[in-house]
Design a protein around this ligand. Structure first.
Ligand SMILES: [Cu+2]
Length: 419
């Protein structure tokens, strides 16, 4: 079967500028940041033919066909690599519980690709081919599907922000309260190890530290986004325990999110259920504490830290960030580790405002600044985690890197004109 998505249905979670800017990026830009978010209208049609009858739990092979609007086959030469692959297939069953991420290989005929998965549920599976055509250079989805014998299960609209998969704990939290349709919301994924401690060993997978794929309950909408900040530059890099995402849901209602990460060489999928409030709902609804927060009590505070005021000049921003860093030093020295996160996030937000303030950077310098701010974001997340965990040694170690990064940023921006 073949069908096209309407433009309106394409954008479920739109990724905003990855590197510190507050303004939404265009769809074209989002790819430069290594993220697929707001997708373009589809120019490619997809269809799928299974090799045989499909039964629950039985491995199956499929042929995917991709064609342009004029019927011309879409071959690998027509597609660009995005996150290490030219074709990503994001596949989900009607109950939104059996999610697969597959990479088909070119088959015998031009425009034909083959892949294999084992469907775990009955009913009409939906398949989104996530593509970056050479012709448009804009990410798009081509949708198709296949049916597995049996009666499909309904979507269970369970909202869960915590889950345990493969011994690891995954917790999803929106900053500033539950998501509202049409409003950007920063969100954080925090990972703990089998020992319950913050886990910082997330491995690169397909050119990112995580792939977050979200579906609306009716599967009319899909999005595929990646963490904010620097993407991995080598296979040896590790991330965690906290990854930040910029989300924006187009529609209200239930959404299912799958965070795909790699641990110990294996893909791990952490499912979350999220209820998105209708546009225009109160935005200041406080986030309910989602964890049995330690005595530090920060579970109640998280996400509701006062937004930091951004001073007018570069020198003032740097000075304000320095004061926050000094406060972290004092907090560590005085045993006030629970206070570290507020100062770290304030410093991060101050520094993240710099790209919009600094004039006269060449593209290379602007890129370097964005990258440094990406690292600052990661480090602020670590300061938060280790501070809350009461781990003074780790907090101190991350703070040393944080200071070094800020010193580098200072060198990049000091003396440049403000705008
Ligand atoms: Cu991805």
């Amino acid at each position: 079967m073949t069908f096209r998505l309407s433009t309106a249905s394409l954008i479920a979670l739109a990724l905003l500028a990855a590197a510190g800017a507050n303004a939404p990026s265009s769809a074209a830009e989002s790819h430069d940041h290594g993220a697929h978010g707001a997708a373009a209208p589809s120019t490619i049609g997809a269809s799928i033919a299974p090799a045989g009858g499909l039964k629950i739990g039985e491995p199956a092979t499929f042929t995917l066909s991709l064609a342009a609007e004029d019927g011309k086959p879409i071959t690998l030469a027509d597609l660009k690599v995005a996150h290490t692959e030219k074709v990503h297939l994001l596949i989900v069953d009607p109950s939104l519980t059996d999610y697969h991420h597959a990479h088909p290989k070119p088959g015998a005929a031009p425009g034909a690709y083959t892949f294999a998965i084992t469907p775990g549920k009955a009913g009409e599976y939906k398949v989104f081919a996530d593509l970056l055509p050479v012709a448009t250079d804009k990410q798009e989805y081509a949708a198709t599907g296949f049916a597995v014998v049996g009666t499909p299960a309904p979507v269970e609209k369970i909202a869960n922000r915590k889950t345990t998969v493969a011994g690891h704990g995954f917790e999803w939290a929106f900053e500033g309260g539950p998501p509202v349709a049409g409003q950007p919301r920063k969100a954080r994924l925090t990972v703990t190890g089998p020992d319950g401690k913050p886990f910082a060993g997330l491995e690169p997978i397909m050119g990112a530290f995580a792939h977050l794929v979200g579906f609306s309950a009716d599967r009319a909408e899909i999005a595929h986004i990646h963490p904010l900040g620097q993407e991995p530059r080598s296979a040896a890099e590790r991330a965690g325990p906290t990854l930040e995402f910029q989300t924006q849901f187009a529609a209200a209602g239930y959404h299912k999110l799958f965070a795909q990460v790699q641990i110990g060489g294996k893909s791990v999928f952490a499912p979350f259920g999220v209820e998105v409030a209708p546009a225009g709902s109160a935005t200041a609804a406080p986030a309910k504490p989602t964890s049995a927060a330690p005595a530090a009590g920060h579970g109640q505070q998280h996400g509701r830290d006062e937004p930091v005021a951004i001073p007018a000049t570069i020198a003032e921003i740097l000075a304000a960030a320095d004061r926050r860093v000094a406060a972290i030093d004092r907090a560590i020295a005085g045993g006030g580790l629970a206070k570290v996160h507020a100062e770290a996030f304030a410093a991060r937000d101050l520094l993240a405002a710099l790209p919009q303030k600094v004039a006269g950077l060449n593209p290379e310098e602007a890129k370097a600044l964005d990258a440094a701010i990406g690292r600052v974001r990661q480090q602020a997340g670590l300061l938060d985690k280790f501070g809350d965990a009461g781990d003074a040694a780790q907090t101190r170690a991350v703070l040393a890197r944080f200071k070094k990064e800020i010193a580098g940023i200072r060198q990049q921006v000091e003396g440049k004109p403000s705008r």
